[in-house]
Design a protein around this ligand. Structure first.
Ligand SMILES: *Cc1c(COP(=O)(O)O)cnc(C)c1O
Length: 384
């Protein structure tokens, strides 16, 4: 029998409990092989970092300032932020930190915007992620939902008309850089033109680049979305395209905006610039490891693979008479809703009559072939 030294108050797991965990892992492996509907890659290997899991690591406080809590990975977090600062073409000084996911980064951007313009109206499209209306309620941010077009992009005419009615108050634009359902990118050139035409001088642009933020920097012809388009803040998910067993993301913003909300806290001996107190210190190590083991070249290869598989899927759908499509630079393949059993087996997200698969890095042509086969089998069964 293997003897491990148990800590005070700890007893070995009973055989029944151990067996349950083993069976659970088996089931997860089966499900992970049918993972087409959500924008999270399962392709990562952080096993060289497992020894760090035995430490009570915590990144409490601002990553750019030394804190009293030494068991942190701030140094690695800063390097991840530096990588993205450069990748996203920051011109003026920017600040950022690693969040618990895209939602927190969006909350952070909206929080900064509302602190700067407390009376502003925030405009967002109906294709916006479901977490955003909740954030707006939590932050008491005045807002108006704008129509979207059928491809998921914001309706510019409706946006212009809505802003025109409220020309006397500052505007906060919540732009989607890859909508959840159809991967649509709101056109920042058009949005900025609307703002300019209406002579609005007080405005703030936040980009929700949960998925798109790790695709657009690596394609040949990217839509504008980063600091080179003079946006104020950006949120990107870490566990989606880069991959992580623990949800994570990045919040990045112009430093002048962040300075307005930072408070010095004696207890932790640092600045309290983030949303939560204690912060995950393992995910910065994961992201740092991914950046160094893949690099920009690796990320580019990964994005090209995803786009190739997306086009392959569209072709395979067409072969069996189903019209599937995708937005430019998107790896979200949209198609009409299919039989429930197929949707459940492949973990496919739906919205009304639409369904999508997202060709994340772990999706290979063989997955698409098996999926399309299941769809045509279900059709044949119905016809019989
Ligand atoms: C996934 C997603 C979010 C939420 O991000 P989490 O990392 O799940 O918190 C927000 N916006 C869009 C467009 C997304 O796709």
């Amino acid at each position: 029998m293997k003897t491990t030294s148990l800590h005070i108050g700890t007893r070995p797991l009973k055989q029944k409990q151990q067996k349950r965990l083993d069976a659970f892992l088996q089931q997860l492996r089966v499900d992970a092989d049918h993972f087409l509907g959500y924008p999270c890659t399962r392709e990562f290997d952080y096993s060289p970092l497992y020894p760090f899991l035995s430490m009570p690591l915590n990144n409490v406080g601002d990553p750019f300032i030394e804190s009293r809590y030494h068991l942190n990975t701030h140094e690695y977090e800063r390097e991840v932020i530096d990588f993205f600062t450069e990748l996203l073409h920051a011109k003026e000084e920017t600040w950022g930190y690693i969040t618990n996911g895209g939602t927190e980064g969006n909350m952070y951007g909206i929080y900064l915007a509302r602190e700067i313009y407390p009376d502003a109206l925030l405009y967002y499209s109906e294709a916006t992620h479901y977490s955003v209306p909740k954030i707006l309620r939590m932050l008491h941010a005045r807002n108006i939902m704008v129509k979207s077009q059928s491809n998921g992009e914001i309706d510019y005419q409706d946006l212009a008309e809505t802003i025109r009615i409220h020309r006397d108050i500052p505007a906060i634009i919540f732009a989607n850089i890859g909508t959840t359902m159809t991967g649509a990118v709101d056109n920042l050139d058009k949005i900025k033109l609307i703002i300019k035409d209406l002579a609005i001088t007080q405005f703030y642009i936040h980009c929700d680049a949960a998925l798109g933020g790790m695709i657009l920097p690596f394609v040949d012809k990217s839509q504008p979305f980063d600091f080179s388009a003079d946006v104020d803040s950006i949120s990107i998910s870490g566990h989606k395209m880069i991959g992580s067993p623990i949800p994570c993301g990045l919040a990045l913003a112009k430093k002048t905006h962040v300075d307005r909300i930072s408070r010095s806290v004696e207890y932790i001996g640092t600045l309290d610039t983030t949303v939560t107190g204690s912060r995950n210190a393992i995910t910065p190590l994961f992201l740092w490891y991914a950046i160094h083991s893949k690099g920009k070249t690796g990320f580019k290869e990964i994005c090209q693979h995803c786009i190739t598989i997306a086009d392959y899927a569209i072709k395979r759908f067409a072969d069996c008479g189903i019209k599937a499509w995708r937005n430019p630079n998107s790896i979200t393949v949209v198609f009409p809703r299919q039989k429930e059993a197929v949707l459940a087996k492949w973990q496919i997200a739906t919205q009304n009559e639409l369904a999508h698969i997202i060709t994340m890095p772990h999706v290979k042509t063989s997955h698409i072939d098996r999926f399309i086969n299941d769809i045509s089998q279900a059709k044949k069964k119905e016809a019989a």
